[in-house]
Ligand binder design. Sequence first.
Ligand code: DOR
Length: 430
Amino acid sequence: MKWLIIGGRILDPASGRDEVADLLLEGGSIRKTGQGLTAGRGFHTVDASGLLVIPGLIDMHCHLREPGFEYKETVASGCAAAVKGGITSVMCMANTDPVNDCASVTAHILDKAQQAGLAKVYPIGAITKGLKGESLAEMAELAESGCVAVSDDGRPVHSGGVMRRAIEYASVFGLLVIDHAEDLSIAGEGVMHEGFVSTKLGLEGIPSAAALSEIARNIALVREFGGRIHIAHVSTRSGANLIHHAKAEGLSITAETCPHFFTLDHEAVMGFDTDAKVNPPLRTADDVEGIIERLADGTIDAIATDHAPHHRDEKDREFDLAPFGISGFETALALTLGLVGKGRLGLMDAIAKWTVNPARIVGLPGGSLAEGEPADVTLVDMEAEWIVDPDRFLSKGRNTPFKGMKLKGEVVNTFVGGRMVYDREKGIIN
Ligand code: DOR
């Protein structure tokens, strides 16, 4: 199908373009962009006046749960939730069952993604076999079968020696290494941030030092042995500061944070809300400030959801026993726009962290509205206000600490490869 998107505010961080113009999508690509474009035969037209037109979001960190945990999420339900959130490409973590440490699991995920026909899915393979932190997975096989990165996310790679070899080995195949930076010997059995709220609630805490220590280890490896590493879900001011210094030294370190880390602090856990239980945990108000500052100064390159859907029955338990994770696809963009609305991050910058930046870090197509680029496009109503109602989520995971919150900015349409796959009125289109 061919589309002409007329009169929207085109915002394209890849080129710095911000103007009212039209966009012509044909054959899966952005065929033409400019003012006064006219539709030829067979074109469908979308009036985007008053709307923001941005490259489809690229989420470099999520959990689609398939294979193995289809009761939490499937590739199809996850992709539906993603496109509703304006996300057109997702990179899914390897902590499935079986673990994605071999070609057959990668192929299974890609097959499910093709059947779903919604967001583009880029699997992340495991760094170590079975996520055990011991022997390296077959990275040649993972790269060949379609993985774009490797990570043991959910678990850190504890051994510095194994991580050193992982960085060296992955670079041969062009795979990005993404580390869940948490020193488990410091984190212990903690279930939330270690601080006054954990003391008040009588819950075991995860000190900020757990993140800092592992980030420092990773930086040491890159400094001494070369290569590059991407730090997942940065949650602390101290961790972000360390990354800032490493970058100033010229080291190949990149980093992401998640919307919950710039929106909520550990007070959200008061009342034992298991939907606010996430790993790394929600930190202090000062950490939230620190993360925002490091987003604004460019230290934190990307924003990713860490979409981690869980079944209601698993979350409706004692805080200690509930699993870590937040269902993030359907609130991510509006929470990011919230930061923009408060004047803490420029709009262009915010969208860059969801589009061109992750595309460049990973080497993925998309993330730009230039002619010839993939026709992955998101239309946003910046003025629309809505209340987060988990019952209306397309994700099977209803675990959100943002329930009941009023957000501003809503996705109107999502195009993937030139096909309209989501419409605010009609829902999913496939
Ligand atoms: O909160 C989290 N949930 N953090 C992780 O690192 C893993 C994830 C999951 O798989 O549920």
